[in-house]
Design a protein around this ligand. Structure first.
Ligand SMILES: Cc1ncc(COP(=O)(O)O)c(C=O)c1O
Length: 451
């Protein structure tokens, strides 16, 4: 019997050679933590629509989709054309440009909280700026965030021990930073209320569909509660919509839920697959960036903000083209409809295999758990998240999740960790391939006694 690992190595010899070249160059041979993969990651040569082709010539249904940036699929003709046109006009003016105004106008039309907009180069920069603005505006230091919620890699969000010691302490962080960050479980209204009463909180930041792009779903009842309790406490509410913005609905979770945060962070789909981010929100908060009439970098009265590639012309061109398509609501509808079918059929495959586990989703995102009992699903798509504090969720063993991802790649499907981002470019055929791939991967995992 050829094992999943042996088959992975056989199918991806050219990727392995590139990995050997990369090892002396990069820590772990990669440029992003989640691209690290054992025994070596895939090296991709080109991509189109919902597919990508690796350097060994394998045709892969892509469910990573630019880490969620590509709601429209790879190389959407309108986005590509907009970027090509802009390339002919130059890539950096070191000056203001009409494209950035058009981009911000589109953001403002779509995102309810966006009274003012400030572009950054990434989601990490957007969350860093949102937190700094909240502290400057409130004159308070404490940031509250939810365990396992991901907000990029700036100091305030990369790990601080929670009260129950579940969340790990990240290396390289000054104690002072950690002292000003409180991490609490996501679905616990009492802990939230108590924290907001006991601490002088500047802001609460969260991923509004739950930790890790909804891997651990947030109880939707938490959103209005967060709005009400932060307002009462004089704290700002920050929705990190880097993933959910433009995906869950054209106006993000805030439009879908009717809960408007004070500040919102955006990236990924915002820039149509090119680098870019933004912090948007209440005029009085963002205007702390303004130099006003002083004309000086007056650090005592304002929050400074620079960034060589902020609103760069290529990202602005791609973002404008992408947001025009996003504004119609069609890409979200298509991707969500296909995802709902996909998740139901993945659940069928899991049930047919007679193993513990489930698939669940939110809009066009889905997650898989294999080899661990799930709480009862509400409707085969939505997981019953009630009374599931963030650290009490079924956890897939590392062994299982590694074999799952590897097995799926062998079958021509690249998952984003143990889930996926469905785009408007995915077809029913891609969904069929994904379901068949899961069935075969589970069978092989059973044969190898991994499940
Ligand atoms: C919710 C969330 N916030 C922030 C970030 C950081 O964005 P970036 O990778 O553009 O720095 C990410 C990245 O995946 C994210 O998922």
């Amino acid at each position: 019997m050829t094992t999943i690992l042996e088959r992975y190595e056989q199918l991806h010899a050219a990727s392995e050679r590139l990995h050997q070249r990369a090892l002396p160059l990069f820590p772990d041979g990669v440029t992003h933590d989640i691209r690290l993969f054992t025994p070596f990651p895939l090296y991709v040569e080109r991509a189109q629509g919902a597919h990508k082709w690796d350097v060994d010539g394998n045709d892969i249904v892509d469910l990573v989709m630019g880490h969620g940036a590509l709601l429209l699929g790879h190389n959407h003709p309108q986005v590509r054309e907009a970027v090509a046109q802009q390339l002919g006009r130059g890539t950096h003016y070191g000056a203001s440009q009409e494209l950035e105004i058009e981009w911000a106008e589109r953001v403002q039309r779509l995102i309810p909280s966006a009274e003012l907009v400030r572009f950054t180069s990434s989601g990490t920069e957007a969350t860093m700026m949102a937190i700094r603005l909240a502290r400057a505006f409130t004159g308070r230091d404490t940031l509250v965030r939810f365990a396992n919620h991901f907000h990029g890699w700036n100091d305030n969000v990369v790990g601080a021990p929670d009260r129950e010691g579940v969340h790990p302490h990240a290396l390289g962080l000054p104690d002072g930073t950690l002292a000003n960050v409180v991490v609490i479980p996501q679905n616990d209204p009492d802990v939230l209320r108590q924290t907001l009463q006991e601490e002088e909180v500047a802001a609460v930041i969260l991923e509004p569909t739950g930790a890790g792009w909804g891997t651990i779903p947030l109880d939707p009842a938490m959103l209005p509660l967060l709005r009400e309790t932060t307002q009462e406490a004089g704290a700002l509410l920050i929705f990190d919509e880097v993933v959910t913005g433009f995906r869950v609905a054209p106006g993000g979770v805030q439009a879908a839920s009717g809960v408007t945060p004070d500040l919102t962070t955006l990236a990924k789909i915002l820039a149509g697959g090119l680098p870019g981010g933004a912090v948007v929100g209440r005029r009085e908060v963002l205007s702390i960036i303004e130099l006003k009439d002083s004309g000086k970098m007056d650090f005592a009265r304002r929050v400074p903000h620079q960034g060589t590639f902020n609103a760069n012309p290529l990202s602005a061109a791609a973002g404008n083209a992408a947001l025009d398509l996003v504004a119609t609501g069609e890409p979200q509808r298509d991707a969500t409809t296909l995802n709902q079918t996909l998740v139901r059929r993945l659940n069928e495959a899991i049930r047919d295999a007679g193993i513990a586990g489930c698939a669940y989703g939110h809009a066009s995102m889905f997650h898989l758990i294999l080899g661990a009992e799930c709480p009862p699903p509400v409707d085969d798509f939505t997981w019953n998240w009630q009374n599931q504090p963030s650290h009490r969720v079924p956890v897939m063993s590392g062994n299982v999740s590694l074999a799952l991802r590897r097995g799926m790649i062998n079958e021509g499907v690249d998952l984003m960790d143990t889930g996926g981002m469905v785009s408007a470019a995915h077809t029913e055929e891609d969904a069929e391939r994904t379901i068949a791939a899961l069935r075969r991967t589970i069978a092989q995992m059973k044969e190898e006694e991994i499940l």
